[in-house]
Design a protein around this ligand. Structure first.
Ligand SMILES: O=P(O)(O)OC[C@H]1O[C@H](OP(=O)(O)OP(=O)(O)O)[C@H](O)[C@@H]1O
Ligand SMILES: Nc1ncnc2[nH]cnc12
Length: 178
């Protein structure tokens, strides 16, 4: 079995969660295996360093599971980490974008000044479904004057065509079947 196939085999699969008709893919079983988690982070960091000729200034992690990956990747790269949080959680002045995702509507916020003009960002999250969450993060980065080099995920659901909504290339280590 390849390394990626092994990591895929560790994902939890939960039909009808959080709503009927959604098959929820759970990364937490993978994170309970320290060798698998290490291998996941190494895979994602290796992808970034071998794909981009410029070093990203900022890793932008999405609330909540992007927070489990983003800071580790940022530290390995020597980049800043910036969180994009659900509405009402961040102090100080924030920018806000409302968005729709696979199973509902939500609001994302980023602190003003967290991403600065001309900074190059990579957006990190556990999973891309419709791309609504990632697109909202991309909008916040653009409003701040930054740019997105890439959107990076552990898992994509390609049958929902989320990548079509995004303004930069998408990389997912695992493509889930419908
Ligand atoms: O591509 P989309 O259709 O936008 O869906 C993907 C988003 O949905 C999940 O987060 P969720 O909003 O459930 O938040 P959580 O991480 O706080 O559980 C997932 O972690 C992504 O952020
Ligand atoms: N099917 C899914 N599994 C896990 N997280 C998700 N976020 C949106 N859709 C999801």
């Amino acid at each position: 079995m390849s390394d990626v196939a092994h990591l895929k085999s560790l994902l939890g699969v939960h039909p009808d969660f959080p709503k009927k008709g959604i098959t929820f893919l759970d990364i937490f079983p993978l994170m309970r295996d320290p060798y698998a988690f290490e291998s996941l982070i190494t895979h994602l960091v290796h992808h970034i360093t071998t794909t981009h000729t410029v070093k990203p200034d900022v890793i932008v992690g999405l609330d909540a599971r992007g927070f489990l990956l983003g800071p580790i990747i940022a530290m390995r790269l020597g980049a800043a980490f910036v969180p994009v949080r659900k509405g009402g959680k961040l102090p100080g002045q924030v920018d806000t974008v409302a968005y729709e995702k696979e199973y509902g509507v939500d609001e994302f916020q980023m602190q003003k000044g967290a991403v600065q003009a001309r900074q190059k960002c990579i957006v990190v999250d556990d999973l891309i479904a419709t791309g609504g969450s990632a697109a909202a993060a991309g909008q916040l980065i653009k409003s701040a004057g930054g740019s997105t080099l890439e959107y990076l995920f552990i898992i994509s659901l390609p049958f929902l065509n989320g990548a079509d909504r995004l303004d930069a290339p998408v990389y997912a280590m695992i493509e889930a079947e419908d």
